[in-house]
Design a protein around this ligand. Sequence first.
Ligand code: IVH
Length: 664
Amino acid sequence: MRIIIEKLTELKRLINEHNINYYIHDKPIISDSEYDELLRELIKIEEKFPELVTQDSPTQRVGASPLSSFNTIEHRIPMLSLANAMNNGEIKDFDKQIKKFLSTEDEIEYTCEPKLDGLAVELVYENGIFQYGSTRGNGVTGEDITQNLRSIKSIPLKILDNTPPILLEIRGEVFINHNDFEKLNLSRLKNGEQPFANPRNCAAGSLRQLDSKISASRPLKINCYAFGVLDGVEFDSHSDFLNQLPKWGFPVNNLIKTGNGKEFLIQFKENIESLRENLKYDIDGVVFKVNSLKKQNELGNRSRSPRWAIAGKFKSRQATTVINNIIASVGRTGAVTPVAQLEPVKVGGVIVSNATLHNQDEIDRKDVRVGDTVIIQRAGDVIPEVVMVIIAKRKQKSIPYILPTHCPECKSEIIKSEGEVVARCQNFTCPAQIKGRLKHFVSKNCMDIDGFGEKLVEQLVDNNIISNISDIFQLEINDIKNLDRQGEKSAQNTIDSIDKSKTATLSRFIHGLGIRNVGEHASKILEKKFHTLENIISADLENLLEIHEVGEIMAKSITDFFSNQINIEMINNCIHHGLNFELGSKTNSNKFEGISFVFTGSLIELKRSEAKKIVEENGGQVGASISKKTNFVVAGENAGSKLKKAKDQNIPIISEIEFIKLLK
Ligand code: IVH
């Protein structure tokens, strides 16, 4: 047995080392197949001796069973956001204020970093072992995405340190490179799935998968740049901390520089802005941080952002092109949006051929006409827009643009109600609205029906096969397989996905109904408050207004929607065809009601996230740190500071086995 354990340890060490050579130093020293061979050898031994599988084994990156929803995790230290400096003047002001606050004339030393456009996460290590990780969320609490983070190979499961700190909270940005993003979108298109709008959405969507196997299949990367709580290690400066990160095995961006004074900041920003188009990943600015941690402490935080750091924003990316045509596009609520069809032009590495003109008022204000030469811009996530017309280049015969009076899709009248800026097609059965509603229903954030892309919705509506959401649940393989670009296999996959979606959560269904003013967040609140669809349908204005987050406009939209008999029939049809909601927050028993647990150290029987799920499914709570509310501390192996704190505060401490026994 000793020989086997030694062999296992050596294999894990080797695989870890190769991971670091590959992901941190970008210099693999063995081939992919040699690496796979090591991994296979490890798997073989672990299969034979499952009792020897440890949490930090490279085999534990994938394989956890899908979750029904994410748990929440409270950050021990809030994850703040950053204030913005929009131009060089504001960068100078930032430096001036820091000097004033610190009462010094000396130049300040700063660390300057690119601001990656991905998703901020926190990784928590106890005694060097990765325990759990979360999204930034609202800054105070985030979602527990431990399983998905484990699947990112450049995140160490065990840090490289013989005397690891007791507690290490590392923060960074998860992102995806442009070429990986494009490859992924291409394969999604091939499978009839909707492509991601941009790399940021792709990274965020991939990280928030309930099935970690999906996250594992996405080539996500991470760059680390900050810390939360540190226990057992200290640094003098931010740059010292950043220098230590790769030694522990965490990837750090390679463009980071440290230097003195405001001119250094301005220079850094200009330099990174000039590199922007050639980088492999998206950035939306730079971040300047006071380097000395002592000075950072002195400066402290404002309510939502630190005083010692600021983001330097880049200019929006603009380009000049010509408007070939203006069309009126009709959305799922009937809203008619004028869209400029452009001579395709590259803006910040992306080819843009459409830009929104928002509404008639905007068109009038900017006096945009077909044939005009215009400046367009892309800023962050938003749809490209027309900034202004270059009047000097206008053709003589051009005429002002006026939105059509009738819907281009169904020819019914377009009406702009008093006080509204948006004009709407009033015909509920307009094909454009039907398609819009169906696309929304099947989309990622609603029923998330895999393989049911926009193209398929259009084909099915155009062929009169479906016209409302309940028709989706009556689809058969023959309805799909003969459509263009479909086949027996992809049709079967889509039918399977539809079947799978029948147990979606109630909140996803509510969101999917497309009730005006009811988005994802409101849908979750409705589920939490009313538990069943029947309760939501029968809620009156008064019941709805009792909910803190629901205002009059939303409450009215909800009651209007459910007092329409057509909607009720459609919902009944869905249920008749097997829709059977799963509640987002399942409760198996009330065994742990009112009891708050804190877990510390490595658990053997259960994964940390499984233990958390068990507590929550039985009505209890799990805290990230010990507080007055903590009733039990469950101590696993190598428990550290939390165990000590629990002893000091006389909080009952139980072992993992005792915890499992409590359940039974
Ligand atoms: S430092 C208190 N450094 O920007 C300091 N943030 O607006 C907080 N971000 O949520 C973060 N690159 O998602 C920091 N090099 C970097 C960053 C960075 C991107 C993001 C991060 C954060 C947001 C703050």
